[in-house]
Design a protein around this ligand. Structure first.
Ligand code: GAR
Length: 214
């Protein structure tokens, strides 16, 4: 059984998609053992509690320095002894120490098709604002392993979503979640949980897999 710790900051719809996929059997051989939020008001915490999953808050304001917060954040994550750390709408810039503690064992969902619309400053709704500003016709989502850079790690899965006339950042965000994020995040976890994902020369290989079917 793959032990998963999920790091969240907000609504937690990606966390919900993971929990639902475990319940429905879309994800096998995996369990969520802990949810950690930097934001005490994150609705993701309620979603975890409703499922009887331990939910913890580690918030920067409770520490004298950023370094102390980062140590506590890592310590809390390690306390769950996770095989995989999942960043599901996590807005914390992941400390270097933490990236080093989970090499190719930490994944993130980004709401665009990396390498477009990613990197510093591209998070949450801002990503969709930039997509609309640029006027691209296709956007989407990416699940990738986390490395020392911002959105630079090996890509596991991507799914494209069309921009439509009249889209606002909020409407587009919802469509990207529904059509891409809530599908590829559970799919990536299931593939990892079943030992089908490896990283070679900075690229992901997925055994016996046909892309584009989800
Ligand atoms: C999601 O769209 C996720 O891709 C994005 O924040 C949203 C969180 O939603 N993450 C990032 O931008 C990370 N850089 P959720 O809390 O409902 O899952």
């Amino acid at each position: 059984m793959l032990r998963i710790a999920v790091l969240v900051s907000g609504g937690g719809t990606n966390l919900q998609a993971i929990l639902d996929a475990i319940d429905s059997g879309t994800i096998t051989n995996a369990e969520v053992v802990g949810v950690i939020s930097n934001n005490p008001k994150a609705y993701a915490l309620e979603r975890a509690k409703k499922k009887g999953i331990e939910a913890a808050v580690v918030r920067p304001a409770d520490f004298a320095s950023r370094a102390e917060f980062e140590d506590a954040y890592l310590e809390k994550t390690q306390s769950y002894h996770p095989d995989l750390v999942v960043l599901a709408g996590c807005m914390v810039v992941i400390p270097k120490k933490m990236v080093e503690a989970f090499p190719n064992r930490m994944i993130n969902i980004h709401p665009a098709l990396i390498p477009a619309f990613c990197g510093t400053g591209y998070y949450g709704l801002h990503v969709h604002e930039k997509v609309l500003e640029r006027g691209v016709r296709v956007t989407g989502a990416t699940v990738h392993f986390v490395d020392a850079g911002t959105d630079t790690g090996p890509i596991i899965l991507q799914k494209a979503v069309y921009v439509q006339n009249g889209d606002t950042p909020e409407i587009l965000q919802r469509r990207v979640m529904e059509q891409a994020e809530w599908k590829i995040m559970p799919e990536a976890i299931n593939l990892i949980a079943n030992g089908r994902v490896s990283v070679r020369d900075g690229k992901v290989q997925i055994r016996d897999y046909t892309f584009g079917e989800i």
